[in-house]
Design a protein around this ligand. Sequence first.
Ligand code: HEC
Length: 151
Amino acid sequence: MKITGISSIIAFTAIFVYVSVLGLDVWAEDLDRPAPGSIGDTLTKEDARMAYLVYRLLDEKSKIRGANFERGRELFLKNCKACHGDDGRRVNFSKDARNPIFIGTRAANDIPTFWYMMNFGDKKRGMLPYFDEIELKDMIDIAGFAQTLPQ
Ligand code: HEC
């Protein structure tokens, strides 16, 4: 009887210690997680920016949340029009003239590709990276506006 009492105390103590250590562990992991973009954050800037798009910017219909279309239009005209035209249809990304892919098509149907290209470009194709040139909030407006361009 006495032994059972002691073993249940030991068992309960063990469970208590286990749960509190585990609890602390989860808590510590949360606190230790490096801030996005800080030293120790192991995501590449590419991954972090793509994750930001997927987890923060897109609604359930893959539309950019919180874009200011009027600002987006101004920024698009200022930064993108020279090559892509004012409605994004100067360059056809598909080599097939009967099934063209314009800025508007890409932004509406494949926003990750649009977002990646605007941020990181493609040297071989002649698209510049804008990651260091255009602020995130401006990119959000451009992307939102691009989704309204003709397809
Ligand atoms: C100096 C000229 C130039 C400017 C300015 C420019 N682009 Fe481009 N962009 C290109 C070229 C060239 C390509 C590749 C075209 C091809 O492969 O047919 C391209 C490709 C793209 C693509 C890839 C589309 C796809 O799905 O393959 C996107 C998206 C894009 N540009 C968005 C933008 C946005 C947004 C801006 C403004 C912030 C911008 N571009 C400014 C020249 C430019």
